[in-house]
Write a protein that binds this ligand. Structure first.
Ligand SMILES: C[S@@+](CC[C@H](N)C(=O)[O-])C[C@H]1O[C@@H](n2cnc3c(N)ncnc32)[C@H](O)[C@@H]1O
Length: 253
């Protein structure tokens, strides 16, 4: 008899309290507000737009956009993050719909005026085909003319400035990140060690595929999305090989 064995993927348990604590200073409130401003302007959102934050995490962009009057849905795989987002929405007295589920299955069709996927939340899946399923689902759940914003690392910059190791200290947490590339230089695999009070708290790993802009262009084209703009940051910077980020704004044909 064939057994239905569920293989645990890194993204099923990487996004926990250690992750939130280690990114606390990086995703400051000031930065989030600036990013929300970029989302509003670059997607040219009109009041009452229906928007999906795909891989919304603990809701830092989503809740602020709901406060500004947009009709927000957030989807994420991490139940613990959605719990935080739900509580924050309640505290702020805003209505938000939450979907707990994998980004390959967006349970809507022709629903959204805009979708965004921010802070390198793409490239996590097992291979290019699985990642492409996400783009297809995005296209399927957008209205005709609806916009998609994808924010990923710039592959050219990462390869030219590859950092094998770094240490960070946030409050009483020490974080060691050790990185390597797969044999085709397409994926960054990072081993993360969290150290607390001189003891190892957790050792974990994450990985994300690096996409060249040309790969994204062909994936989007295949899914029925036309690229309208490419920026080098969530601040309208020009995209060059020296940009650390690749921000793509596309619309559904
Ligand atoms: C780097 S975090 C970014 C979160 C949020 N966008 C932000 O800017 O704070 C990536 C998010 O993707 C979610 N995620 C990871 N794999 C996923 C999957 N297969 N389907 C849906 N969400 C996933 C994680 O739970 C996490 O919240």
């Amino acid at each position: 008899m064939k057994k239905n064995i569920k293989v645990k993927k890194w993204y099923n348990d990487f996004f926990d309290d250690y992750y939130l604590r280690s990114y606390k200073d990086i995703v400051s409130e000031e930065r989030t507000l600036q990013e929300v401003g970029f989302i509003e302007k670059s997607l040219k959102l009109s009041q009452k737009s229906r928007i999906l934050d795909l891989c919304c995490g603990h809701g830092r962009h989503l809740i602020e956009l709901a406060k500004r009057g947009y009709i927000m849905t957030g989807q994420d795989l991490a139940r613990n993050f959605l719990k935080i987002a739900t509580e924050t929405a309640k505290k702020n007295d805003v209505k938000v719909k939450f979907i707990c589920g994998d980004m390959r299955h967006i349970p809507f069709h022709g629903e959204f005026d805009a979708i965004f996927n921010i802070f390198t939340s793409f490239g996590y899946l097992e291979n290019d085909e699985e990642d492409f399923k996400v783009i297809k689902q995005v296209a399927n759940s957008l209205k005709i003319g609806g916009k998609f914003l994808l924010d990923i690392r710039n592959r050219d910059w990462i390869l030219a400035n590859f950092q094998y190791k770094d240490w960070r200290i946030i409050d009483d947490l020490v974080i060691l990140e050790e990185r390597h590339l797969d044999s085709s230089f397409k994926k960054v695999i990072t081993k993360v060690t969290y150290i607390e009070k001189g003891k190892i708290g957790k050792i974990t790993e994450h990985s994300a595929r690096l996409y060249a802009l040309s790969n994204i262009q062909s994936m989007f084209k295949k899914a029925g999305l036309s690229i309208q703009k490419v920026y080098g940051g969530l601040d309208f910077k020009r995209h060059t090989i020296k940009s650390q980020r690749t921000i793509i704004i596309a619309s559904k044909r």
